[in-house]
Design a protein around this ligand. Structure first.
Ligand code: XBP
Ligand code: MG
Length: 236
């Protein structure tokens, strides 16, 4: 029987990328006096790599290889990422990023039904807790038994590690859980951890390959705003 729901964050709980993380990265680049600027289309390509530090490195390899030749390149990336996180937290703290349709409703109903809740994400832990607090409920962090985030595992999605880490902490088999994801990288991670996975689309993932998901929905829907079923048969 189903015992727990495990949620991805970026793109699944809220559309945090284009008007959240991307804006924060650009603010950090500007603050550091750098010429890097990620427009919305370029950012879509950079999302191929999960994790902010990893994403900056991926960008530099392609667009500014000299940056990586500096002796202190690693420290610079760490400092840029810390600055990016500060900007992101400020943006989220202002209530700047609303949850996707149906997310808050599902979480409240799942809690009421006695299901256990967890998070499995590649983003920084503070980013998760501040989004939950600002956009879900002031005490929402306590709704989640385990929050697996960021560098707690060295290999980020599409590796299954963050999901297996969460499952171990919860002492649950994958078959007793349902994962919620929005991207191909996230789905590869959850499926590799043997988790049945429901996909809801997000703005950057409309053309992703969601093979293996048990259903693909536009979003989780609200009573007055039903979701669209892209693939799968929810009544089957
Ligand atoms: C989300 C990410 C994250 C954020 C940036 O992927 O890739 O890296 O874009 O977060 P997923 P940090 O939804 O699959 O978890 O800068 O805090 O790393
Ligand atoms: Mg995601």
């Amino acid at each position: 029987p189903l015992q727990a729901l495990i949620f991805d964050v970026d793109g699944t709980l809220a559309d945090t990328e284009r008007d959240g993380h991307r804006i924060a990265f650009n603010a950090a680049f500007e603050e550091a006096g750098m010429a890097w600027h990620w427009d919305a289309a370029l950012y879509g390509e950079l999302l191929a790599v999960t994790g902010g530090k990893e994403r900056m490195r991926f960008y530099a390899e392609k667009h500014d290889p000299a940056f990586l030749q500096q002796a202190d390149a690693d420290d610079r990336i760490k400092a840029l990422h810390a600055s990016k996180t500060r900007h992101y937290l400020a943006l989220v703290g202002r209530g700047g990023i609303p949850l996707q349709p149906g997310v808050a409703r599902l979480m409240r109903e799942a809690r009421a039904a006695g299901l256990r809740l967890a998070i499995a994400t590649t983003t920084t832990p503070e980013n998760v807790t501040s989004l939950l607090k600002a956009s879900l409920a002031p005490d929402a962090e306590s709704w989640f038994e385990v929050i697996g985030a960021g560098d707690v595992v060295p290999k980020k999605k599409p590796a299954p590690d963050i999901y297996t880490w969460v499952l171990e902490k919860m002492n649950l088999p994958a078959g007793a859980c349902l994962a919620f994801e929005d991207s191909a990288n996230g789905l590869r991670a959850s499926l590799a951890a043997d988790l049945p996975t429901l996909v809801t689309e997000s703005e950057y993932t409309l053309d992703h390959d969601f093979t293996g998901a048990f259903a693909v929905l536009s979003d989780l829907g609200e009573p007055d705003r039903p979701c669209a079923v892209r693939r799968g048969d929810m009544h089957g």
